[in-house]
Design a protein around this ligand. Structure first.
Ligand code: RI2
Length: 308
């Protein structure tokens, strides 16, 4: 939780692999591959939901198998990691540009949690001279809304800070909801911070459009073969102090960190390749993430132990 936001997590993982590759003192290619794979597994295991993390690791590691020497493998990791970090930063800029076009002068925008790329859209709209107002939620239990309101405050954008349960009370004042994503599945469902699906439900009921700002590496390739996104459940102490919960013998505190918003509640997903309806998520996975169906089969074979 020291690094927050699916994009920053992905960039941090790419940077960690690069640094690890640069520091590895091994003589055989086999040992280099083994050490890098171990590092990749450690990184992927840190957060189960944000698919940007395994996607970034996959992109950085994908040159190792074809390398003929340690130096070639090392150079490939470094080059791919740096290219990923650069393209990830560029993606935020492009999405901000595309997303801002959907925000009109005079709009009131609601956002939930702290998404670098959703905020970039809002800040870009403000920067281009549009007069906008924002409602930002608190985001229990980790209060990421505080980071959001500080960023918006520093950008000079008038912001209303509300508790999560107040969304429906204010939804009729809202023109557009913009959120980020930790993962987008092949059917266009959006996995994002817990509470997003309630926000989306309120917006849908009130006929308020919901826009998701998500880089293409947040789309989840393995959902094509039916794999589900694991929802991280965090320690109950984040919700209720252990000394209080411990005294309540019949109470269980549950703390899922993410939820799933169905595609019917999503109007548009803005990626760096352009804005798409959620139904087009498969095209992003197939054409922009570079995952071939053979690769799904390979992953599937590893997971099940079957060869076909
Ligand atoms: P960006 C965050 O997860 C939030 O759920 C946010 O909406 C999403 O990642 C995308 O964030 P966490 O890391 O990549 O706070 O747009 O658990 O910054």
């Amino acid at each position: 939780m020291e690094i927050r936001g699916a994009g920053r997590i992905a960039r941090a993982a790419a940077g960690a692999l690069r640094d690890h590759a640069l520091g590895l003192k091994v003589s055989s290619l086999e040992a280099f591959r083994h050490e890098m794979e171990r590092a990749a597994e450690t990184l992927v295991a840190t957060r189960p939901t944000a698919v940007s993390l395994p996607n970034a690791v996959h992109i950085v590691m994908s040159g190792i198998s074809g390398a003929k020497s340690v130096e070639e493998a090392r150079a490939s990791v470094v080059q791919r990691a740096e290219a990923f970090i650069r393209s990830s930063q560029n993606a935020v800029g492009r999405i901000a540009e595309f997303g801002a076009r959907h925000i009109r002068d005079g709009d009131t925008v609601l956002t939930h949690c702290n998404s670098e790329v959703a905020l970039a859209c809002i800040i870009e709209a403000h920067r281009s001279g549009k007069d906008i107002e924002v409602f930002a939620t608190e985001v229990r239990p980790r209060n990421q809304g505080l980071i959001t309101i500080r960023t918006l405050n520093d950008a000079g954008i008038h912001t209303n800070f509300i508790v999560d349960s107040a969304v429906r009370s204010f939804i009729n004042k809202i023109d557009l909801v913009i959120v980020g994503a930790d993962a987008v599945t092949v059917n266009g469902a959006v996995v994002n911070k817990i509470g997003t699906s309630q926000v989306a439900h309120s917006a849908h009921e009130a006929r308020v459009n919901l826009l998701v700002a998500a880089e293409t590496y947040k789309f989840a390739p393995r959902t094509v073969i039916g794999e589900l996104i694991e929802i991280e459940e965090r320690p109950p102490g984040e919700v209720l102090p252990d000394e209080i919960a411990g005294a309540l013998k019949n109470v269980t505190v549950r703390n899922p960190a993410f939820d799933v918003t169905p595609p019917e509640y999503v109007d548009l997903i803005v990626t760096e390749k352009g804005a798409i309806p959620p139904q087009m998520a498969y095209v992003i996975i197939r054409e922009h993430l570079g995952w071939e169906i053979e690769e799904f089969n390979k992953v599937f074979a590893i997971n099940t132990g079957h060869e076909d």
